[in-house]
Write a protein that binds this ligand. Structure first.
Ligand code: BES
Ligand code: MN
Ligand code: ZN
Length: 528
C-alpha cells in the first residue's frame, strides 16, 4: 500500500520524485478558455520558475479545469525533478477554502498521473486546515490504486529502481505501479488532529482498496466460499467475530432465498456474519451486502452485452466487509454487524425456474417470476436474520437494479428508506464522505404489481420504476419500527469508462466511505 506522511517542507525543498501543485481557472478568455491561476501552496515552486509558472502553464495549454494534468520539468531551486500541475476548476470566492471533494479529486487525478513514480509531494491549497489535509491524503491514496494480481510476468511485484541516484532523475517503479509514497505538504505532522486524519485516510483508502480488489477479482477466482474465507482471515487479523453458514446450514435454517438463488451453481451459497463490538458502544448498526459473485441471470439468462461485468454483483458485500474492518481498525465506539449474502446466480438443471415458489427465512413465500431479480431474494433472508439481533438501524447495499443506473447514471447511488428522516441522514452522510447519492421514494402503488396468484409476493413488479419496486420488495422483510436504508449502487459500483479523479476503472469501492462515516456518526450519537 501507498505510504502516507505529513510534511511541513516547502514544495521547493521537499525530497521527492514529483511535486504536485494546484492550478485554478482564472479569467475567461474570448475563445472560451480560461487562464490558469496558481493555487496556494505552490508559491515556492512559482518563485523557482521566476514567477512565470502561470504563463508557462498557459503556454502548455493548461486552463485550470478540474482534473487537468500538466507535467513539466522542475527548474533549479526545486529539489524534485518533476512538477505536476493539477486542475482545481473554478476558484472559490476570495478567502473561501476549496471544498474537500475538489481537493480529493484533484489529488486523485494527480496520483493516477504519477503511477510509476516513487514519492509525490502534494502542495495543494490546504493551508494547515485538517479537513483539507485529510481530503488531499484520501484523494491521493485512493488515486494510487492498481489491480495487477492477474497480470502475468513481473506484474504487481516490481521491485523498482533501487539504484542510488544522486542526480535529478525521478526514481521510477517498474510496471507503472501506483505511486508508492504520498507526502501532504502544508500539514501539521505533530498535531493530534492531523495525525488522526492521516491515520483515518490510510485506513479508508486501504479498505476501499480491499473492496475494489474483491470486485475486480474475476468470478472464477472469487466464489461464495472463497469470499467467506477472506472474511474469516480478515476477521482473525482485525479482531472480528466471523460466523459462516454453509449451504447445509442455510438449508437447515430455512434460508429459502439464499438457497434458491445458489442452487443452480457448482459454487454453493454462504451467509457470513462479521461482528465488531466496542465495550463503550451505545448503538448498534447492521450492514447487509448483496454478494452475488457472478450474476448470469440464471434461467432468465442475461444476453451477451449484459453479463461481462457481472462479477461486480458482489460490490455491496465487498463494501460492507471493508466498512466493518475499517470500523474495527479505527476503533469506533459502536457495535457493527456486517452480513454478506453470498451466492452465484447460474442456470443449470438444478437452478430455480421462473415460476418456482420459495419459502424465505422470514416464512414469507415468494414466486420467482424472473431469476435475474435474485439480489432481493438473498438480501431478504439476510435482512430478516440481521433484524433478529435488534440493531438500532439497518442499512443494505446492493447492485440491485439496472433501472437505478437508468435513473441516476453511473456515479450516483439511490437511497430508499422506511424512515424519511433516516434517508435524509444517510444522504447527508454520503455527501460528507464525498460520495454522490440521491434519496428516492418507494411509492406504495407499485406494490400491487408484485401480487402473486400463488405466493405472498412475486419477485418482480412493473417495469417502470424498477429500482423503486425492488426497494418495496426489500421493505417487506424489514421490521417497521427499525430505521432501514437501502443503497442501490448498481451505477457507481463499477466504472466501465475512463478513470476520473480518484476513481479507477473497474471496481470503485462505492459506499465504503459512506458506511464508515455512518458508523462514525452513529458512534458519535448523531444518528438514530
Ligand atoms: N445485478 C443486476 C443489476 C445490475 C444491473 C447491476 C446493471 C449492475 C449493473 C440485478 O440482479 C438484475 O439483474 N436486476 C434486474 C431486475 C429485473 C429482472 C426486475 C434488472 O435490473 O434488469
Ligand atoms: Mn440479476
Ligand atoms: Zn444481480
Amino acid at each position: 500500500m501507498t505510504a502516507l506522511t505529513l510534511s511541513t517542507s516547502s514544495a521547493a525543498t521537499l525530497r521527492a520524485d514529483a511535486v504536485v501543485i494546484g492550478v485554478a481557472k482564472g479569467e475567461h478568455k474570448k475563445n472560451g478558455d480560461t487562464t490558469p491561476v496558481i493555487a496556494l501552496g505552490a508559491e515556492a515552486v512559482d518563485e523557482a520558475f521566476g514567477g512565470k509558472l502561470a504563463t508557462i502553464l498557459e503556454t502548455l495549454g493548461a486552463s485550470g479545469g478540474e482534473g487537468e494534468v500538466t507535467k513539466l520539468p522542475a527548474p533549479d531551486g526545486v529539489k524534485a525533478p518533476l512538477v505536476l500541475a493539477v486542475g482545481l476548476g473554478e476558484a472559490p470566492a476570495k478567502g473561501e477554502p476549496y471544498g474537500p471533494e475538489v481537493l480529493r479529486r484533484a489529488a486523485g487525478a494527480a496520483a493516477r498521473a504519477l503511477a510509476g513514480t516513487k514519492k509525490g509531494g502534494f502542495a495543494l491549497p490546504v493551508d494547515g486546515d485538517v479537513e483539507a489535509v485529510a481530503a488531499v491524503a484520501e484523494g491521493a491514496l485512493l488515486g494510487a490504486y492498481a489491480f495487477t494480481e492477474f497480470r502475468s510476468g513481473d506484474g504487481g511485484k516490481g521491485n523498482g529502481d533501487k539504484g542510488k541516484d544522486k542526480g535529478k532523475k525521478a526514481r521510477r517503479n517498474d510496471n507503472g505501479e501506483p505511486l508508492a509514497e504520498v507526502a501532504v505538504l502544508g500539514a501539521k505532522p505533530r498535531d493530534k488532529a492531523h495525525k488522526a486524519a492521516a491515520e483515518r485516510a490510510s485506513v479508508l483508502a486501504e479498505e476501499v482498496a480491499r473492496a475494489r480488489d474483491l470486485v475486480n477479482t474475476p468470478p472464477n477466482a472469487l466464489n461464495p466460499k472463497s469470499f467467506a474465507e477472506q472474511a474469516q482471515a480478515a476477521g482473525k487479523e482485525h479482531g472480528l467475530k466471523v460466523e459462516v453458514l454453509d449451504e447445509k446450514m442455510l438449508a437447515k435454517g430455512g434460508y429459502g432465498g439464499l438457497v434458491g438463488v445458489g442452487q443452480g451453481s457448482q459454487n454453493p451459497p454462504r451467509l457470513v456474519r462479521l461482528s465488531y463490538t466496542h465495550p463503550k458502544a451505545k448503538k448498534s448498526l447492521a450492514l447487509i451486502g448483496k454478494g452475488i459473485t457472478y450474476d448470469s441471470g440464471g434461467i432468465s439468462l442475461k444476453p451477451a452485452g449484459h453479463n461481462e461485468t457481472m462479477k461486480c454483483d458482489m460490490s455491496g458485500a465487498a463494501a460492507v466487509f471493508a466498512a466493518v474492518v475499517a470500523a474495527a481498525r479505527l476503533g469506533l465506539k459502536v457495535n457493527i454487524t456486517g452480513w454478506l449474502a453470498l451466492a452465484e446466480n447460474m442456470p443449470s438443471g438444478s437452478a430455480i425456474r421462473p415460476g418456482d415458489v420459495l419459502t424465505m427465512y422470514s416464512g414469507k413465500t415468494v414466486e420467482v417470476l424472473n431469476t435475474d431479480a435474485e439480489g432481493r431474494l438473498v438480501l431478504a433472508d439476510a435482512l430478516t436474520r440481521a433484524s433478529e439481533d435488534s440493531p438500532d438501524a439497518l442499512v443494505n447495499v446492493a447492485t440491485l437494479t439496472g433501472a437505478m443506473v437508468v435513473a441516476l447514471g453511473h456515479r450516483t447511488f439511490g437511497i430508499m428508506s422506511n424512515d424519511d428522516a433516516f434517508r435524509t441522514q444517510v444522504h447527508e452522510t454520503a455527501e460528507e464522505a464525498g460520495e454522490q447519492s440521491w434519496p428516492l421514494p418507494m411509492p406504495t402503488e407499485l406494490r400491487k404489481a408484485m401480487d402473486s396468484p400463488v405466493a405472498d409476493i412475486a419477485n418482480i413488479g412493473e417495469r417502470m420504476g424498477g429500482g423503486l419496486s425492488a426497494g418495496l420488495f426489500l421493505k417487506e422483510f424489514v421490521p417497521e419500527d427499525t430505521p432501514w436504508a437501502h443503497l442501490d449502487i448498481a451505477g457507481p459500483a463499477f466504472n466501465e469508462s475512463a478513470p476520473f479523479g480518484y476513481t479507477p476503472k473497474g471496481g470503485t469501492g462505492s459506499a465504503v466511505r459512506t458506511l464508515v462515516r455512518l458508523a462514525e456518526r452513529t458512534a458519535d450519537g448523531e444518528l438514530g
